[in-house]
Design a protein around this ligand. Sequence first.
Ligand code: G3I
Length: 371
Amino acid sequence: MKTLIISLLSLISFASCHSEPSDTLSLKEAYGDKFLIGVAMNQRQSSGLDRVGAETVSRNFNSIVAENCMKSEKIHPMENLYHFEPADSFVAFGEANGMAVIGHCLIWHSQCPKWFFVDSEGKRVSADELKRRMRDHITTVVSRYKGRVHGWDVVNEAILEDGTYRRSPFYEILGEEFIPLAFQYAHEADPDAELYYNDYNMHLPAKREAVVRLVNSLKERGLRIDAVGMQGHMGMDYPSMDAFERSMLAFASAGVKVMITEWDMSALPTVSRSANISDIQGYKRALDPYPDGLPDSVSDVWNQRMKAFFELFLRHSDIVSRVTVWGVSDGDSWKNDFPIHGRTDYPLLFDRHHEPKPFVIDLCDHKRDDK
Ligand code: G3I
């Protein structure tokens, strides 16, 4: 029944999607010559269940990344069990549409199955055993899509805001060495694939400096690293454009390309659980203030800020190789479930009916008028 309702809703908004004027440029037509214009796809889209979502992707983007299906917990849930089918259909979708397919992510402390770090008695594995498991995981996944995946997020979120290494099980067992090892294994499995380090809050100075040191050290060892991914999960009041730009320039100076890999901007206020919000219901209301639609005044500010960031990326198109948004339409975004489940956020380029946001139309119209 749920599937039937989703399909009917899909058909209705599919029709509205096709009422767009034919002279409207898509994002990839307007800006695909500057850098790759990418989007994260969920499984309903790449499997074809969400036809409208899939159509929005193929019409507007020339690169896709797997939102979840290539994470180790999903693709390798048990030591001797790989679950490839969702990733296979994701890669096939990209190939069928001539897109640059991005793999996300090989080594990440989160969404990593527990078996990775323990033996049959539940004790922590040795450094050698963890290396063997990492090599097996990376080699199996990267080899399967060899020549078909354009680039991999090899290591995700290994550095903290203060510039120190995250105390993940990978770090606790192998120390800093787990990062170069991951890059080495990935390169051995597909020497032609691009390899990336990907992280959030990259505008923070200590993190910026630590990532620059990491890039330098990988390069000094002769390891391949093509780009740093700045995730770009933003809010209305962070990051400052100046700090973000400084990090873009710092990474480029270290000799790698810059990619904005998980771009979204929450339109909802940043709320900390302070003394002013003592009850849980009040906290939830503060985090979900616009369940019935975004007020125009907020939408205007959001659109201006998004446009300004996109223009920043365009100004640096000599160093930016990809800009990827983290989800297709507002209804698909992880931000609707973070930091609390079930709120209504508006962080992406397409609204819940798959209509482009005003700043996207503006940017595309501006480009069409130039042509
Ligand atoms: O697939 C199960 C489903 O079977 C189950 O019924 C349902 C119940 O909650 O959960 C489903 O899994 C969820 C999965 O998304 C797929 O929807 C997980 O609970 C949920 O935790 C997971 O969230 C993802 C999150 O990473 C954690 O992996 C988000 O979709 C995804 O957008 C988010 O993406 C991360 C990037 O990979 C790394 N950078 C930060 C970014 C945002 O957190």
